[in-house]
Ligand binder design. Structure first.
Ligand SMILES: Cc1cc2nc3c(=O)[nH]c(=O)nc-3n(C[C@H](O)[C@H](O)[C@H](O)COP(=O)(O)OP(=O)(O)OC[C@H]3O[C@@H](n4cnc5c(N)ncnc54)[C@H](O)[C@@H]3O)c2cc1C
Ligand code: SF4
Length: 820
């Protein structure tokens, strides 16, 4: 018996996705024929922007090559535009007369760029930004001409402008309104975006109305209503899109602004379905892939005759694919009646976050400069989560909902199973984790192939990698493709460090200039890393840049959920005395510190201190010899000790004295991530040395050294490095280990992950087997400590970085004045 015939018009993203979904549900149900006006197989339109910018090649963006069609028995007519649908005879006809009959017809004709109806619009050099042909025209123009004008300051316009700039053109972006991306961004975020793009070399002409395109044959300039002109050899129109509905309309299918469809994606003719940008559903048109892929699922469900799915509309979020710019927007980002706005701004890091809250639920979000929590906010928005329990903390992000010690990996671990990770393809965390576990996937490419997560716009790639890492743990190896340090460069951490060393680069601007950084000031990801790498390489020359540090390190205290800070003085090896305790008690009383807490690292934490009071508290503590415990830093935190043989009847070595010596040697050292140590006086290991970055455990004949342990969400026990006999050896090995970690780990990489990446044998070869190398590492560590061991609290108590601690609000000023 012959199969029913399904014809798809439009070989684009929504149509082919529907076929993919259908093939999953009911393979072989239909004889499928596809007509596509473009002369290419199905490709990822979203990635035209990176192709234009030179970050991807055309062959990289093909989604389904011709072999795929053949494999599924699909007849593909490339480069054939359907010009008529005969709904009585149930057949379609193309320009060249090719005909195909159907039992079911699927329209997925997408949309076309809107071209402003101004004189000169048909001149050579005037293009839209929609398909491969447009990109080819732009690339051709960029090779021969200099001046480009992009009309439209929305998502597409800015991506086109960025690409053309990267291709060496002088680019002016013209926009009718006074802010960019007004459909996704509020004014402060738009201003930050404009500044960043101006810094990258783009010119803007806002509130400008295009009157005519001038030129004979080829465009030469754009003229505006106010009479001014801008030279242009290329004009890209990116002012909006219009659904391609002429074909449907001509065949009598009911259309308004788009082809009208029901919740089952059926048009008014029940044999004819439609998906994608050409449709109008419940009054809405579409311009992003995430909703189209949801439609594709529903449509496939009905084509497979399962008949259960409904498309009821989508909530969407937006990201801009301009390298070096992190931007996220979703929902009611402007706020309005009945809404509250929660704001976080850190101008020096270029970070701006706004959450719009209604009835204690997230109704919208705009994030600029730090978008890592976009997926989390978006999930809460979709779920209607009540945020009242953590609203005062919400803007600090999910990572601050508890200190796990695992950074980004734990962010992924904490995401709920149903959290959407890839917005374009509607892939949730559970789908990714299941695929990793069940199909034994190890690399990003494998996850992309099996789940489609991160296969479209790519903005969730980091999160997918974190999920891989948190699911596989020690089995995870970063895909062999080299991973750039951040979006501002193609260089890896290692390449940057090597360049710093070999080229003798000694400042952040010098480094960025010499290595061709794409952004003049870097971003929140690279600046702290570069600051650290320079500090590590040039301990005697480089001057630390506080503005390139995260807030906790900048103010030398940990910010708490209510915006106050915690003060943790150093208590060497956890051993204190009545004088120090009395001083801490006096300070707590004098400054009315609301909470005094013993920490897990054998110290005392004064919690709830306003920022403006920090220098005064530090001064007071300093008078009694108490200094910073670096509880906030990517540096040595604590050396935990047990009481050891001095007091304990099981103890075989003096763990307390050794712990104090270790702490005196290593305090103040900046490291890629935090470092914790511990020393136990016998194998009972009361100091829990085997979950520390460096753990020392006494045995009868000396000390065992353990490395790479970690507490937190995912506990990792240490690896046994070696056994040594004397305290002096412990000190030398510890210093060498610290320096190797400092010199070779990537910024933010805990020792646990570093060792999993490089392997324990490598560490043993450098620290245990190579005695001369070990001594050299140890010497370099001690040398750098000469500069690093300066108490930051004492400096600030004497007035350094005063601006950081100025009281900001009248209430803070009053509280400060009372104490002072
Ligand atoms: C440069 C660029 C960047 C983008 N970036 C993003 C992004 O970051 N995130 C995001 O979510 N979305 C993005 N989009 C939008 C996204 O690409 C579209 O929403 C999506 O491609 C629409 O899918 P579609 O199948 O409806 O239309 P299309 O993908 O346009 O497919 C329609 C196809 O139908 C063909 N066709 C039309 N009429 C006929 C006919 N009569 N006969 C035969 N074939 C016909 C067309 O030639 C076309 O190939 C971007 C779009 C562009 C252009
Ligand atoms: S580790 Fe050993 S020496 Fe230290 S307190 Fe425990 S039992 Fe005593």
């Amino acid at each position: 018996m012959s199969k029913p015939k399904l014809v798809l018009i439009g070989n684009g993203m929504a149509g082919v996705r529907t076929l993919e979904e259908l093939l999953k549900l009911a393979p072989g149900k239909y004889d499928i024929t596809v007509f596509g006006a473009e002369p290419h197989p199905n490709y990822n339109r979203i990635l035209l922007s990176p192709v234009l910018a030179g970050e991807k090649k055309l062959e990289d963006i093909i989604l389904n090559d011709e072999a795929w069609y053949a494999e599924h028995g699909i007849t593909l007519h490339k480069g054939k535009k359907v010009v008529a649908i005969d709904r009585v005879r149930r057949c379609v006809r193309t320009e060249d007369g090719t005909e195909a009959g159907y039992d079911r017809l699927l329209l997925a004709t997408g949309s076309a760029p809107f071209i402003l109806p101004v004189p000169g619009k048909d001149l050579e050099g005037v293009v839209g930004f929609r398909d491969i042909r447009d990109v080819e025209l732009m690339l051709e123009a960029s090779e021969k001409h200099r001046h480009a004008v992009v009309i439209g300051g929305g998502l597409l316009g800015l991506e086109a402008a960025n690409g053309l700039k990267k291709r060496g053109m002088d680019v002016t972006v013209v926009h009718l309104l006074d802010t960019l991306m007004e459909r996704q961004l509020d004014k402060p975020a738009a201003a930050l975006l404009q500044r960043a793009l101006e810094d990258s070399g783009l010119d803007f002409k806002l509130e400008a109305q295009t009157e005519a395109l001038l030129g004979e044959g080829r465009v030469r300039a754009v003229r505006f209503k106010d009479g001014s002109e801008v030279p242009a050899d290329l004009v890209v129109m990116a002012v909006g899109i219009r659904p391609n509905i002429e074909l449907a309309k001509a065949s009598g299918i009911h259309c308004e602004r788009g082809i009208l469809v029901s919740d089952t994606m059926q048009t008014f003719d029940p044999q004819v379905y439609a998906v994608g940008e050409c449709v109008q559903h419940r009054g809405e048109l579409f311009g992003l892939v995430a909703p189209l892929f949801e439609q594709a699922k529903v449509c496939a469900n009905h084509l497979a005759e399962f008949g259960i799915a409904r498309y009821e509309g989508s909530v969407t979020s937006t990201k801009l694919k301009v390298t070096g710019i992190d931007l996220f927007s979703a929902g009611e980002y402007q706020g309005g009646a009945g809404c509250e706005e929660l704001l976080f701004q850190d101008p020096s890091r270029g970070v701006y976050k706004k959450l719009v809250v209604r009835d204690n639920k997230v109704a919208g979000a705009v994030l600029y400069g730090d978008t890592v929590d976009g997926a989390w906010y978006f999930q809460m928005m979709r779920d209607g989560t009540d945020i009242s329990a953590f609203r005062e903390n919400i803007l600090f992000g999910q990572a601050h909902m508890g200190d796990s010690g695992h950074g980004a990996e734990s962010h992924a671990a904490r995401l709920p199973e149903d959290a959407e990770v890839c917005g374009c393809n509607g892939v949730c965390k559970k789908t990714i984790v299941d695929a990793i576990v069940q199909k034994k996937l190890f690399t990003l490419d494998e996850v992309r192939a099996h789940t489609k997560a991160s296969a479209s716009c790519g903005s969730c790639t980091g999160l997918v990698e974190q999920i891989l890492q948190s699911t596989l743990g020690s089995d995870y190896s970063v895909s062999p493709a080299k991973k750039p340090l951040c979006k501002c460069t193609d260089l890896t951490h290692e390449e940057v460090r090597e360049a710093v060393r070999i080229q003798g680069l000694k400042t952040i601007p010098e480094l960025m200039g010499s290595l061709g950084w794409r952004t003049p000031d870097g971003c929140h990801a690279c600046r702290p890393a570069l600051n650290y790498y320079l500090l590590c390489q040039w301990p005697n020359e480089y001057r630390d840049d506080p503005q390139s540090r995260f807030i906790n390190e900048r103010v030398h205290a940990n910010i708490q959920k209510d915006g106050t800070y915690s003060v943790v003085p150093r208590i060497w090896g956890g051993v204190t005395n009545p004088r120090e305790l009395r001083a801490i008690a006096d300070v707590a009383e004098k400054f009315q510190v609301p909470c005094v807490k013993i920490t897990g690292g054998q110290r005392i934490d004064l919690l709830g201190v306003p920022k403006a009071q920090l220098p005064a508290i530090w001064a007071e503590l300093g008078k009694h010899g108490l200094m910073s415990g670096h509880a906030y830093g990517k540096s040595l935190r604590t050396v935990k000790t047990c009481v050891g043989k001095e007091w304990c009847r099981f103890g075989t070595q003096d763990s307390t004295t050794l712990g104090i010596e270790l702490e005196k040697m290593t305090w103040g050292s900046w490291t890629p991530a935090k470092v914790k140590m511990a020393v136990s006086g016998c194998p009972r290991n009361c100091a829990e040395a085997t979950i520390k970055d460096f753990g020392v455990v006494a045995v009868d004949s000396g000390w065992e050294l353990h490395v790479g342990g970690n507490g937190g969400v995912k506990v990792r026990a240490t690896d046994f490095l070696c056994k040594v006999q004397t305290d002096e050896e412990v000190m030398e090995y510890a210093a060498a280990y610290m320096q190797l970690y400092r010199e070779e780990a990537r910024y933010l990489e805990r020792t646990a992950h570093w060792i999993e990446r490089v392997g324990l044998p490598y560490l043993q070869s450098r620290i245990v087997d190579d005695a001369a190398g070990r001594r050299a590492l140890c010497a370099r560590f001690l040398e750098s400590q000469r500069k690093a061991q300066i108490d930051p609290w004492a400096e600030r108590a004497q007035g350094a970085e005063k601006h950081e601690f100025e009281p900001l609000t009248p209430a803070e000023r009053k509280a400060h004045a009372c104490i002072a």
